[in-house]
Write a protein that binds this ligand. Structure first.
Ligand code: AMP
Length: 378
């Protein structure tokens, strides 16, 4: 479909590859705007499938399923980076697809992503590519120790990562990962981490959300605090760098750029070609949330207003909390300024993202204090 057929208006069907919590929120955003939603996900109990008009239960490489999606949908997007780029190309023969396969192919592979960032002049943690055991010594010399060895493909939330202090650690970890391509990254002494979620239109127009300050635990996002408690100049720089990343990728759709802050400088950590966990605060605290923005960008509508309406702290709820009788929802819901979002996942496993809550208050310190209290009370 050419951009002449834009905008796609209510009544049309929008498709999404992936039925996890991000696809669920896309569906929840699109349906009240008058769109029908078709989800492709092999899991019969997928969080987005429960909410969609149609759930096609098939693999992401299933030609018949892709054809069905392409025929029914005016446009298709994705909610996860590991969608096969070939499936996006196949779909693009039938309907509008955003983001495009080329951008997804770069960011879904850590080696490609890091090389692309360095080639395009973006600061990153020191890194070296490791394709075989023979690369490890030179890689360690380039990054120093401590370092982190990360698999290039299919790693997420700290999975597929190992802390390295010695060449022996590096060899053991590389073997443990089955000898697959990896990136070795110098371990950065972080002052904090921030992220920027943005949307970019076909015409190159960008709408940036406020900068989030992110706290991780065991490599998994634990809390986002907005506005980020960093100098305005650093926040502005993060937004400019995120815009620059999107422009240089020729990206269309919603994406997130995660940054490390070290020595007062920004380094790009990761790019996500989709809405992001650190943008969940937008659901309750912004004029437009990141999922409505995804619908708007996909449909070729004008991008929504990203203004922050209230300071906010977002807390992730992981499966770990289900161990003795489950979370104390009553305590959480008794608070008048807490917004609970659960993802409809049946099995609660440690580290699995089951939901999140946003705490809003005119005073950021109060929002943060309540968030900490509720995090413990749960
Ligand atoms: P990643 O999945 O690569 O984003 O890593 C998850 C989290 O681990 C990051 O958000 C950081 O908190 C931490 N981390 C990852 N890489 C590094 C690094 N090179 N130096 C310090 N901390 C890191």
């Amino acid at each position: 479909m050419s951009s002449k057929s834009l905008p796609i208006l209510p009544g049309a069907t929008l498709g999404i590859l992936g039925g996890g919590q991000l696809g669920r929120r896309f569906t929840i955003a699109a349906r009240p705007m008058g769109y029908k939603v078709m989800v492709l996900d092999p899991d019969a109990a997928s969080p987005a499938g429960q909410m969609a008009d149609v759930h096609v239960r098939a693999d992401y490489t299933d030609h018949a399923a892709l054809k069905q999606l392409g025929a029914a949908c005016a446009a298709v997007t994705t909610e996860f980076e590991n969608v096969p780029a070939a499936s996006l190309i196949e779909l693009a023969n039938h309907c509008r697809v955003s983001p495009g396969a080329a951008a997804v192919a770069i960011v879904q592979d850590r080696s490609h992503e890091k090389s692309w960032l360095a080639d395009n002049g973006f600061a990153t943690a020191p890194f070296a590519l490791v394709n075989s055991e023979a690369d490890l010594d030179a890689a360690l010399a380039a990054t120093g120790t401590p370092a982190l060895l990360k698999v290039s493909r299919f790693g997420y939330d700290g999975k597929g990562q190992a802390r390295i202090s010695t060449p022996e650690d590096a060899r053991a970890a590389f073997r443990e990962f089955g000898g697959q391509p990896c990136v070795l990254e110098g371990f950065v002494k972080l002052e904090c981490e921030v992220s920027v979620v943005l949307a970019r239109s076909d015409a190159g127009e960008c709408a940036l959300f406020p900068v989030a300050e992110n706290r991780h635990e065991n490599g998994i996002l634990d809390m986002s605090i907005v506005p980020a408690r960093v100098a305005d100049s650093l926040a502005d720089q993060a937004r400019e760098m995120a815009r620059d990343v999107a422009d240089k990728l020729g990206y269309v759709g919603v994406m997130a750029v995660e940054f490390f802050v070290a020595g007062g400088q920004l380094m790009v950590n990761e790019i996500a070609p989709r809405p992001h966990n650190s943008g969940h605060y937008t659901l309750d605290a912004c004029v437009t949330d990141q999922f409505e923005q995804q619908v708007r960008a996909l449909a070729g509508l004008p991008l929504g207003d990203t203004r922050l309406l209230s300071p906010v702290a977002m807390v992730n709820i992981l499966g770990d909390r289900w161990h003795d009788g489950g979370p104390h929802w009553g305590t959480l819901l008794a608070h008048p300024a807490i917004k609970l979002h659960l993802y409809g996942k049946e099995a609660a496993r440690p580290g699995r993202k089951m939901g999140h809550f946003n705490v809003l208050d005119a005073d950021l310190a109060t929002a943060l204090q309540v968030a900490e209290q509720m995090r413990h009370a749960l």
